[in-house]
Ligand binder design. Structure first.
Ligand SMILES: [Fe+2]
Length: 173
């Protein structure tokens, strides 16, 4: 690659890391908002609390990758955070069936993160930062596990919501 192509690639990679850092912070915030309302879904609460901790570690990994890049480049000052706001709009915190709708949103959110980390892995390779890949791979694996968990519990969550609705109890959470 020419040096200007290199600069462009590094800029794209760096922006991707910063965006994902914003997404992790958003994930922590959104999950934290949900966990306190899951007293009737204790398994989900426990899994989500685990993923909050994982997301904090993921954010920290991204901070370390960003810190190891040459921050003297002016483009590092750019932060594209609007994306995180869009993700937040997917959450349904007031609907009576919030636990079900939040499952949809969390499932989508995890897949957004999976796609982001897969893309970052390619970019890391393209800019010659193969040493970044194990950190990115670790986070990717955690997102995949979380997505799998949501997927495998969607049927149970829906049934539990139905049972609670039919019993006339506060069904959503
Ligand atoms: Fe994450």
């Amino acid at each position: 690659m020419s040096s200007s192509t290199n600069d462009t690639a590094l800029q794209i990679y760096t922006t991707g890391l910063r965006n994902q850092h914003a997404v992790e912070n958003q994930a922590i915030e959104l999950l934290s908002r949900q966990v306190d309302r899951l007293e009737n879904y204790p398994e989900m609460e426990a899994r989500m609390r685990q993923h909050i901790q994982e997301s904090q570690a993921q954010a920290h990994r991204l901070e370390e990758l960003l810190a190891s890049l040459d921050t003297s480049h002016s483009f590092l000052k750019d932060a594209a955070l609007s994306l995180a706001g869009n993700m937040a709009a997917m959450m349904h915190t007031v609907a009576p069936d919030e636990v079900v709708k939040n499952s949809f949103a969390n499932y989508a959110f995890e897949h957004f993160e999976i796609a982001s980390y897969k893309s970052l892995l390619v970019l890391a390779d393209a800019v010659g930062r193969g040493s970044d890949q194990s950190a990115l791979q670790q986070s990717l694996g955690e997102e995949e596990e979380m997505a799998k968990w949501i997927d495998s519990h969607l049927a149970d969550t829906t049934r539990r919501f139905l049972q609670r609705s039919a019993a006339g109890v506060k069904a959503g959470v």
